[in-house]
Ligand binder design. Structure first.
Ligand SMILES: Cc1ncc(COP(=O)(O)O)c(C=O)c1O
Length: 438
């Protein structure tokens, strides 16, 4: 790959407000293979819009099923009100990790894209705004969702406040109990936050009957959200990670990164991100995977939720109760309840079909990491860069560190970009527990 050094003395790379991407990149259209369609949850046929018009805001449903111009156009305009809301916090800087480079004593260049600088503290805001906007356009009164660590719920609560919607959030019990700050932030923003599994739905009651101590999971939370939407026509579902539409909206991350690396005068050799449902990673790598010279794209997941590294590629449901379409993806099974690790946003059994297809076709390399090592990497990043990553993002940091360490000495310096999907300042208890801070 071509590399020049003209702008490499800079620490941070900024884009102006005018350079904020005005279109999302619809990767599915440009891939050299077809993505298999979603199937009806129970019947042996392709899922149609009419099957799910009660569940999703219209535009989200069309994106999800690749209908209309989503089936043909590589670029999708960001609606003006969403763009205006993005502009309050974007474009976000790309930062050269000089402190980490120095610590690692490496000639390789490490960059990180800061998705932690909006009030929600993570990339989730990029899709939350779009989903709330589309729901408001449809006249929806209330959005319903599930959240793990609470970043998604917080981002959506902020987006619902922006576009005048009510919000109900099923928060995975393990995080609900351990992360009171995010719970309270969502409530301050006007959201109703319910611990999942809950007694509000038959799904939740069933899980609690079988296991009163169930820590919950994103699959269970999603099943509760879907059940609630089914009972009230003024409600619709919002999904932060698993959907194609969430991944589409996250392409602003990759598009900005591409422009910022060009500003630095380098091209990416390695791109690294963490994967829960797969949205931040897919949005980050999307503009890079259809060119001639595809970088090494590393998807980092927890070894206790090894969906991409050990899961099976097949049709599966996105939720625990099998109400969503069946989707072609890597999965550990929709009834898999992940162990209660501290990276709440990565405790999900499946990966979005677009990412699953990239892995299946060899364009993305999955790797898995143990919690202790991940949290040590988060601590190292705090000490060397002065930023505390979300535990989820620390998976990506560890993957990048390992890539640096495993590259033979004497190799040409590589340009490695990490997606810092969120900050960890509200996850300090998790860090304290795992790192035994006393
Ligand atoms: C900070 C952060 N990073 C990553 C993820 C994983 O989600 P996804 O893989 O959809 O980006 C989450 C999910 O909650 C998150 O909060």
């Amino acid at each position: 790959m071509t590399t020049t050094t003209n702008k490499l003395t800079q620490h941070r790379y900024y884009l102006s407000e005018e350079e904020l991407p005005k279109r999302w990149y619809n990767l599915a259209v440009d891939l050299p293979y077809d993505i298999e369609p979603h199937l009806h949850p129970k019947e042996d046929r392709v899922a149609e819009e009419a099957d799910f018009d009660w569940l999703w805001p219209t535009e989200c449903l069309k994106i999800e099923l690749l209908k209309g111009h989503y089936a043909t156009d590589s670029w999708i305009d960001v609606p003006e009100p969403v763009l205006a809301a993005y502009a309050r916090f974007r474009p976000s800087p790309l930062v050269r990790a000089r402190g980490l480079e120095e610590y690692l004593d490496t000639p390789h260049r490490i960059f990180y894209k800061r998705e932690d600088l909006n009030p929600g503290g993570s990339h989730k805001f990029n899709t939350a705004l779009a989903q709330a906007y589309y729901a408001a356009q449809d006249g929806v009164e209330t959005l319903v969702t599930d959240t793990g660590a609470g970043q998604w719920g917080t981002a959506l609560a902020l987006a619902c406040a922006t576009f005048g919607l009510k919000l109900k959030v099923f928060m995975v019990r393990k995080s609900f109990d351990e992360k009171p700050y995010r719970r309270n932030l969502m409530r301050m923003l006007g959201a109703e936050v319910i611990s999942s599994p809950s007694t509000m739905t038959s799904t939740g009651r069933g899980v609690l009957e079988r296991d009163p101590n169930s820590p919950g999971s994103l699959g269970i939370g999603m099943a509760e959200a879907v059940e609630l939407v089914r009972t009230d026509p003024t409600h619709r579902l919002a999904l932060g990670c698993m959907s194609y539409y969430a991944a589409l909206h996250q392409t602003v991350i990759g598009l900005e990164t591409q422009a910022q690396l060009a500003q630095a005068g380098v091209s990416a050799d390695v791109l690294v991100g963490c994967v829960g449902g797969g949205s931040n990673f897919t949005g980050f790598v999307a503009p890079f995977v259809t060119g001639d010279d595809v970088p090494l794209c590393i998807a980092a997941e927890p070894s206790s939720v090894p969906t991409l590294t050990k899961g099976e590629f097949r049709y599966d449901w996105a939720d625990y109760e099998r109400q969503t379409p069946r989707i072609p993806m890597y999965t550990l099974g929709s009834d898999f309840v992940p162990p209660p690790i501290h990276s709440g946003g990565l405790r999900y059994h499946g990966k979005t079909p677009i990412l699953s297809s990239l892995v299946k076709n060899g364009l993305v390399t999955p790797r898995s990491f143990d919690q202790q090592d991940v949290f040590e990497a988060g601590r190292l990043f705090l000490r060397t860069e002065g930023v505390l990553p979300a535990p989820e993002s620390s998976h990506a940091i560890l993957a990048a560190i390992k890539e640096v360490r495993n590259t033979p000495a004497g190799d040409r310096p590589k340009n490695i970009a990490i997606c810092l999907s969120g900050h960890g300042y509200l996850d300090l208890q998790g860090y304290a527990d795992v790192l035994d801070l006393g």
